[in-house]
Design a protein around this ligand. Structure first.
Ligand SMILES: *Cc1c(COP(=O)(O)O)cnc(C)c1O
Length: 464
């Protein structure tokens, strides 16, 4: 019996023979034949030529590991200890449980996504969020698309196709990745008309640029940079009045678009869509998964005739939100009905408002556990750091926080290789831990760590 001779050495077997071994047959039962065949082939190919003999036990073990890797989900939960709360590469805003429950409710079956239950006729998916968006921003109408980049693209294409859009030179932004305003303009089929200079743009720059081909004026919120020193920008209210007098829509891309006054959390005030509309903007666009703390979405609020024109654009169909997003966004918006309990309900706001003393206390609890786990490899200490909001929100404002500062022992203190290795150890954990390397140390900023027990559970066995 081969199975009984598990530890003996043998010649490399044929694929079919391996597939017949009981442990491998069990893998086929669990995961299907095709995956297991692939794993066996890959494993045999990788060991072929290394040595003449193998044990069945080690081969089965390797095949099992390969199958496990093949069926493991690619998209995984991680611990975001980078210190950037809204980290685009780590999925931005964590959703409130109410939003997750709403997604689960509609995910498993049919829903009235585009079906009017009152009339029994075809409906519009925007209705599930539009009323709340109007209530919270004071807008006449609202629509949602896949993300804010899409919101800007769709707005420009709907209102300014083959026409000119006036933008201040100080606002021709690039946002992480490939969102560059001039490129978006070109793809939207509009001609960019830059006015003013990088640091100073005046109202007269706009008024002088308005011609017959002008479709609208666009203002972009400086979300991931700040221009300081000798600066001037046209007053939004005056710009709004100028546009009104000229019969041009005034569109503002707010980026983050918080729905609450962040001063309540000790953060500098960030303009809200409601304020921006009341200052004279005809349309405001913003993200769903930045300071709002909801799912990825692009929200467009404002004048109903303009929103109607946007909704008629066939491109809207290509950018629409799916039912899960609409379910989650609807729930997050409803949570804003109770401003007193926002910090309790919206994880993003809770993380931003988290007091440093609380983070510090957690850091002191975790320090000895990680020190023990790392043993002789590295030294761990608690340090004060600054977290940032991220995703182009309030770029210059930092939140006092605490981190575990980890320094490799042995190698030169600032050795990049030793630090990279340390970071890799943390990424290899059951739930990968993502920190950041700064000034020769590996930092785990604990602001966004809420599942302390789950985190601790990974450090019970010493690092191999
Ligand atoms: C973030 C941002 C965008 C892009 O929004 P996404 O939701 O990431 O597509 C556009 N404009 C501004 C000003 C932003 O801050």
């Amino acid at each position: 019996m081969i199975a009984a001779q598990g530890h003996s050495l043998m010649r490399l077997p044929a694929v079919d023979r391996v597939l017949g071994w009981p442990a491998v047959a069990a893998l086929i039962d669990a995961h299907g034949r095709a995956l297991v065949v692939q794993a066996v082939r890959d494993e045999l190919a990788s060991v072929r030529g290394q040595s003449a003999e193998f044990s069945e036990v080690s081969l089965v073990h390797s095949v099992d590991a390969r199958v496990t890797a093949l069926v493991a989900p690619s998209l995984r939960k991680v611990f975001n200890l980078t210190g950037t709360v809204l980290h685009t590469n780590l999925g931005r805003a964590p959703l409130p449980p109410q939003a997750i429950e709403a997604m689960v409710r509609v995910a498993s079956g049919a829903s009235n996504l585009e079906f009017d239950l009152a009339t029994g006729k075809r409906g519009d998916r925007d209705v599930h969020v539009e009323e709340w968006l109007c209530r919270l921003t004071g807008a006449e109408a609202a629509t949602v698309v896949n993300n804010n980049a899409a919101a800007v693209l769709l707005t420009l294409n709907s209102l300014a196709l083959r026409k000119e859009v006036i933008v201040s030179r100080g606002e021709l932004i690039e946002i992480g990745g490939a969102f560059r305003l001039p490129d978006i303009m070109a793809r939207a089929g509009c001609k960019l008309r830059e006015v003013g200079t990088t640091n100073r743009t005046h109202l007269r720059d706009f008024s002088q640029a308005i011609v017959a081909k002008t479709a609208l004026v666009l203002k972009v919120h400086a979300s991931n940079y700040s221009i300081q020193g000798f600066t001037a920008e046209a007053d939004a209210r005056e710009l709004g009045l100028l546009c009104k007098a000229q019969g041009l829509p005034f569109v503002v891309d707010l980026g983050s678009g918080t729905l609450v006054d962040l001063a309540r959390f000790g953060l500098p005030h960030e303009p809200t869509p409601m304020e921006t509309l009341s200052e004279g903007a005809d349309l405001v666009t913003f993200s769903g998964d930045k300071l709002l703390g909801g799912p990825q979405a692009g929200i467009i609020v404002g004048r109903s005739d303009l929103v109607a024109a946007i909704k008629k654009n066939p491109m809207k169909r290509a950018m629409r939100c799916d039912k899960l997003t609409i379910a989650a966004l609807g729930e997050v918006l409803r949570l804003y009905a109770d401003p007193q309990r926002l910090v309790q309900h919206i994880p993003t706001l809770r993380l931003l408002a988290r007091p440093q003393v609380e983070i510090d206390a957690m850091a002191r609890r975790l320090e000895p556990v990680l020190a023990k786990w790392l043993g002789e490899r590295a030294h761990v200490s608690v340090v004060a750091v600054q977290s940032q909001i991220g995703s182009g929100s309030l770029p210059v404002d930092l939140l006092p926080s605490c981190a575990l500062s980890i320094t490799p022992v042995g190698a030169k203190r600032a050795s990049g290789r030793a630090l990279d290795q340390l970071a890799a150890h943390f990424r290899n954990l059951g739930t990968p831990v993502i920190g950041r390397i700064a000034d020769g140390v590996f930092l785990l900023d604990l602001r966004c760590l809420e599942d302390e027990a789950g985190f601790l559970g990974m450090f019970t066995l010493p690092l191999a």
